[in-house]
Design a protein around this ligand. Structure first.
Ligand code: 5AD
Ligand code: SF4
Length: 478
């Protein structure tokens, strides 16, 4: 194969969301046939890719500091007569393409999230041009059709895997860069997702997390030949929503747990809510960003939901699955946010009760409508509000963790812990559970008696472990 050079070392550093983790895996897949094998650090890598995040200013700035460090490695390599290709991918690349080359002219390649399938072409162009290559187009062809389908190395996938089913966003929340960096919403055909899930299951994966910026607005083409009530199943293809897709994925042998993230409240439809009640593989945990509890702020954010909509949704989800654990994202200090608006957020959090959540100070992102709004909030006020909100959210998380002590939870063991012999797994509610003396290895779902609760994790006792036992979901009462 053209371009193929055996024994090349590839280091990918991933910032930001789970979709970037997935994307980094796909970049490794597409570079593997060119002779690139992943290594754990940049020191002797032949190619380094920074897969970047642009969501908040801090995330973007980290990239430039890392580039400074990498420049020293690259220069040292060149002095020894070698070469290190330095690439910036992801959302910073998409948003700041030329600025990156201005600030860091030693970078060789800059390409956005929609160009990953073109990596071999871009590398070839770099060899030809001998100068930096930049690609931030939104190409007409869906990249998923051009990414390798059979690259999965059995055993390399681990026990839990991400799977992108939807990408991009048409919502245009006024604070957010995603619609500009990831482009328009696109859903992968259901057939492709089912096939990829099957390959993951065959490689030993037991839990899949379906990814998308608006994953609950998934509407992928149904598999060809699908029969529908009142139809012959021929003619033009209809689309499946996420609830339907999850129902199908639950039937795949080996896939025992399904999760999805991130969801948009207005897109939580009845079919998906119902799936929470009757698809046993769908875990009782949902990340559903609220952002604010004030209708005035929600409107200024261009969120298409009110505080009441969120309340109603939480109620419907709990009706369908009484033990569902809700998680959320919050932004404090959005332009114009008053003390009363912020109190409305605190009030709604107290009312809904979350098992975990992320909260952020509003960060002005160039080019987004909110960045130019009047009423920007001073940093000190943002910090105070963030602390007050975190106090409430942390207390809710700890209370939930403590409520698990004395229960038996099915835990998917997936990685070694810090102590020798210790394993760490996930409860159905996404809590990390440590077990000191496991009798089964990673990949097993074991029933553990929860003996202790911490701020961010649980401890599971070996006494309830039953090797090979059918995991039984124990549900808490509402
Ligand atoms: N400032 C602060 N937080 C933001 N988020 C997105 N954009 C911004 C911003 N400009 C947060 C939102 C979103 C999460 C992924 O990041 O809460 O849900
Ligand atoms: Fe950003 Fe809003 Fe789209 Fe989420 S829904 S990715 S916050 S624009």
């Amino acid at each position: 194969m053209k371009n193929r050079q055996l024994g090349q070392k590839l280091y990918i550093k991933t910032y930001g969301c789970q979709m970037n983790v997935y994307d980094s895996g796909r970049m490794a897949d597409i570079l593997a046939p060119l002779g690139y094998a992943l290594v754990d650090g940049p020191e002797d890598a032949d190619m380094v890719i920074l897969n970047t995040c642009h969501i908040r200013e801090k995330a973007a700035e980290k990239v430039y500091s890392e580039l400074g460090r990498l420049k020293r490695l690259k220069t040292a390599r060149e002095k020894q007569g070698g070469r290190m290709i330095l690439a910036v991918a992801g959302c910073v690349a998409q948003a700041e393409s030329e600025e990156i080359l201005d600030r860091a002219p030693f970078v060789d390649m800059v390409f956005g999230p929609q160009a990953y399938h073109r990596l071999p072409e871009l590398l070839a162009a770099l060899q030809r041009a001998g100068k930096a290559v930049l690609n931030t187009d939104f190409p007409p062809e869906p990249k998923f059709d051009h990414l390798p389908k059979d690259a999965l190395d059995p055993g390399a996938a681990g026990t839990s895997a991400f799977l992108t089913v939807q990408e991009g966003c048409d919502k245009f929340c006024t604070f957010c860069v995603v619609p500009y960096t990831r482009g328009a919403e696109y859903s992968r055909p259901a057939e492709d997702v089912i096939a990829e899930s099957g390959r993951l299951a065959a490689a030993g994966v037991r839990e899949i997390t379906l990814l998308g910026q608006n994953v609950n607005n998934y509407h992928g083409a149904e598999p060809p030949g699908t029969t529908r009530a009142g139809s012959s199943g021929t003619g033009s293809l209809e689309t499946w929503g996420l609830g339907r897709l999850i129902r199908e994925l639950g039937k795949i042998d080996g896939i025992e747990r399904i999760r999805y993230t991130t969801s948009y409240p207005a897109d939580m439809n009845d079919e998906l809510i119902a799936a929470h009640g009757d698809v046993p593989e769908l875990m009782p945990f949902l990340h559903l960003p609220m952002q604010s509890g004030s209708d005035t702020v929600l409107k200024a954010m261009n969120r298409r939901h009110t505080a009441d909509d969120y309340r109603r949704l939480a109620g419907l989800l709990r009706e369908a699955r009484p033990d569902i654990g809700l998680s959320s994202d919050f932004i404090v200090g959005f332009p114009g946010e008053t003390d009363a608006d912020f109190d409305a957020t605190l009030g709604l959090v107290e009312e809904i009760v979350f098992v975990q959540a992320y909260s952020f100070k509003y960060s002005q992102r160039p080019g987004t409508p909110a960045a130019a709004m009047d009423g920007q909030i001073p940093e000190t006020v943002k910090s105070e509000r963030l602390e007050a909100l975190r106090d409430v959210l942390d207390a809710q998380q700890l209370a939930f963790n403590r409520s698990c002590v004395g229960r038996v939870l099915p835990v998917l063991l997936d990685r070694p812990g810090r102590k020798p012999g210790q394993l760490v797994g996930r409860s159905p509610y996404m809590q990390a559970v440590h077990v000191d003396d496991p009798i089964e290895g990673p990949g097993a779902i074991v029933r553990l008696a929860i003996t202790a609760a911490h701020a961010n994790s649980l401890k599971g006792g070996v006494e309830a472990q039953e090797a090979g036992a059918e995991p039984v979901e124990e549900r808490a009462t509402a």
